[in-house]
Design a protein around this ligand. Structure first.
Ligand code: COA
Length: 262
């Protein structure tokens, strides 16, 4: 059996935390780590009560310092290299396609595949000490787990090209200014802030929560017209859903709503 490099725990109703625990290699992603992340995601998705997933790295130094460089150095043919890239891309896409809202708790270096993982998650909260970058160019390669596409969408092509072609990392504060992370907090409050946000989300009406994610994240790729159509369609379904009825009725009756996910 391979080492256990990923742990998953339920921290409260509807909220799970996935931790990549390969601290001696700064939580670098090899094939086993990717498999274990996927197995954890399978478990979270199989649980009907899941609403939020927090992803973080072990220790104080790194979120994830990239794909495993030793593993990349051993790849000796193009098909295998392509399969490795496709493996990471497919997995990270699953986070985006999930109805569960995902939060990257960026506790340190988010480099290469680490930044690519964080960018495939929905919300990004970083510790002041975090450093984010795509340093693959220094290895003679480029990002392969989605970095060229997601970084450009998040910060614009000019800044993305600078980061990818120079390999220069940015500080957490710089990442915030670029729109690459949503919030920067002191390292010792990072998990509390992620848990606070997760708690807020986990209490919302589940169908509305999932629709919010699908529509907002989908807006990156849709035309405005298509997005507006999809929004009106989802709004109409939710307005007559049991939770839509309950939420509006509870407001009028001045009581807290009890949502059931219907
Ligand atoms: N893959 C495999 N191992 C990695 C790794 C990676 N992406 N990043 C770090 N490690 C390993 C190091 O080899 C080292 O292992 P060792 O103790 O057996 O020698 C250990 O993690 C600690 O890293 P080290 O480089 O000694 O720490 P540092 O504080 O001097 O530097 C970094 C930290 C993040 C700046 C540096 O590790 C680094 O540049 N890592 C590679 C980042 C990268 O290029 N990522 C993209 C990969 S495609």
């Amino acid at each position: 059996m391979s080492d256990v490099w990923v742990t998953l725990e339920q921290v409260e109703a509807g909220v799970h935390r996935l931790r990549i625990e390969r601290e001696r290699a700064l939580n670098a992603l090899n094939a086993d780590v990717l498999d274990q992340i996927e197995a954890a995601l399978d478990r979270v998705e199989a649980d009907q009560s899941s609403r939020v997933l927090i992803v973080t790295g072990q220790g104080t130094k790194a979120f994830v310092a990239g794909a495993d460089i030793e593993a990349i150095s051993r790849v000796d043919n193009q098909a295998a290299a392509r399969a490795f890239a496709a493996r990471g891309q497919r997995l990270f896409q699953r986070f985006e396609e999930s109805s569960i809202i995902t939060i990257a708790a960026i506790n340190g270096y988010a480099l290469g595949g680490g930044l690519e993982l964080a960018m495939a998650l929905d919300l990004r909260i970083a510790a002041h000490s975090a450093r984010l970058g795509q340093p693959e160019i220094n290895l003679g390669i480029i990002p392969g787990f989605g970095g060229t596409q997601r970084l450009s969408r998040l910060v614009g092509p000019g800044q993305a090209l600078w980061m990818i072609s120079s390999g220069e990392p940015v500080t957490a504060e710089e990442a915030k200014a670029l729109g690459l992370v949503d919030m920067v907090v002191p390292a010792d409050t990072l998990m509390d802030e992620c848990l606070r946000r997760a708690h807020i989300l986990a209490e919302k009406a589940p169908l509305a929560l999932a629709a919010s994610k699908r529509l907002v994240m989908g807006s990156r790729d849709w035309t405005l017209e298509s997005g507006l159509n999809q929004e009106a369609e989802a709004f109409s379904r939710l307005a007559v859903s049991a939770d839509g009825r309950e939420g509006t009725q509870a407001f009028l009756e001045k009581r807290p709503p009890k949502f059931q996910g219907r």
